[in-house]
Design a protein around this ligand. Sequence first.
Ligand code: HEM
Length: 407
Amino acid sequence: MAQQGTSDVLDPTPEADFPSDRAPAVEPDGGVTLLAWLARMREERPVWRDGSGNVHVFRHADVQQILADPATFSSDTVGRLSGGEKQSPRGTLLLLDPPLHGKMRRLVSRAFTPGLISGLEPWITELTGQLLDAAPEESFDLVDALANPLPVTVIARMLGVPTEDRDRFQGWADQLLSTDPEDPESVRRMEETAVAITVYLQGFIEARRKEPTGDLLSTLVDAELDGERLEDEDIASFATLLLLAGHITTSVLVGNALLCLDGDPKLLDRVRADLSLVPAVLEETLRLRPPFTRIERVTTTTATLAGTEIGPDTLVHLWLLSANRDERVFEDPDTFRPDRSNSRQAAFGHGIHYCIGAPLARLEGRIALEALLDRYGRIGVDPAARLSWHGTNVFGARHLPLRVQRA
Ligand code: HEM
């Protein structure tokens, strides 16, 4: 076994029985191979360099250490790894470092106050009911019927654009999500999508400049950063970020909750009989099956991780999926136990970039799960279905065919 603090911890050379010099994908087995690999990496190579020279960390303590230290571990992966050639638009909150990050975050926080989010509850409940009313009686795909349209429509409404345009948003979100940064053609398509979103939003931004209506676009149009108004490009990039960060994650959360409950019919009945258990079920779902398998940082200087030195400008993958199953923090980590304390689960990140949409995601997840359990006396994943999965970064099924029976 490799020892921490020695250079071979970072050696990409696979051992004879070590499967590969890169992480296994979630496809085709839904993460079985990936999870076994992560468990082994946590134990044997907690800080590991892959075949491309990027570093991966697997333990909860190391992930937390990195997220708590934005001076050493920058979020500006795009800017730093392009050698300063590219600059992230100011709206891409996720990629900003202090002090700009704090200023932008304070600004957009105005659209995510607890009052504003909880005020959405009646509307989200109604929308959920309408989507389920439109679903076929005995079997349907949860992702197409509910898990996808729900968060896309919520984001459209927050921004203040017509919710009827959600199919267009959905198409853009799919396109952004399928981007492969190593394929120039795919990157070109992503850039085209970003332009299409900016063009679409342009008219709404101009209208809000003339007459603010209290929606998120109005807030952004009106906002000043260091005495300057945000450019249209900044506003569009924030809208794009919301589509990327707030759509697929929430969609996958709803599907993952069903997948977790599907394995335990007694628990499913217990939760249906007492819907106050739903938040705990969602929290344990987020721990066991976090929608983002990993997030990224880049070192600004030489850094030490678990006794290992890493040079500057190194891309670091932080495996949230592994941190959430770290046996050093969670007892019996591979078991779904909604009664455990989940205050340390890392699905929403940690530190200054902690997910700004977490309360909204929890609200949408709760409303969706309550509605499903309330409406259907029997609900389960279609046993005949062959599930297909998202790639490496997202942990969840692309489609989830359900069989249901009304209560
Ligand atoms: C279950 C659902 C969700 C999960 C698992 C999730 C996960 C995350 C994670 C891990 C981060 C931190 C990324 C980093 O540190 O690099 C993050 C940030 C963010 N999320 Fe979420 N997210 C979810 C839902 C949402 C929703 C519904 C929205 C908004 C509509 C949203 C908007 C954002 C934004 C704007 C950031 C950037 C915050 C910052 O950089 O300060 N997310 N999310």
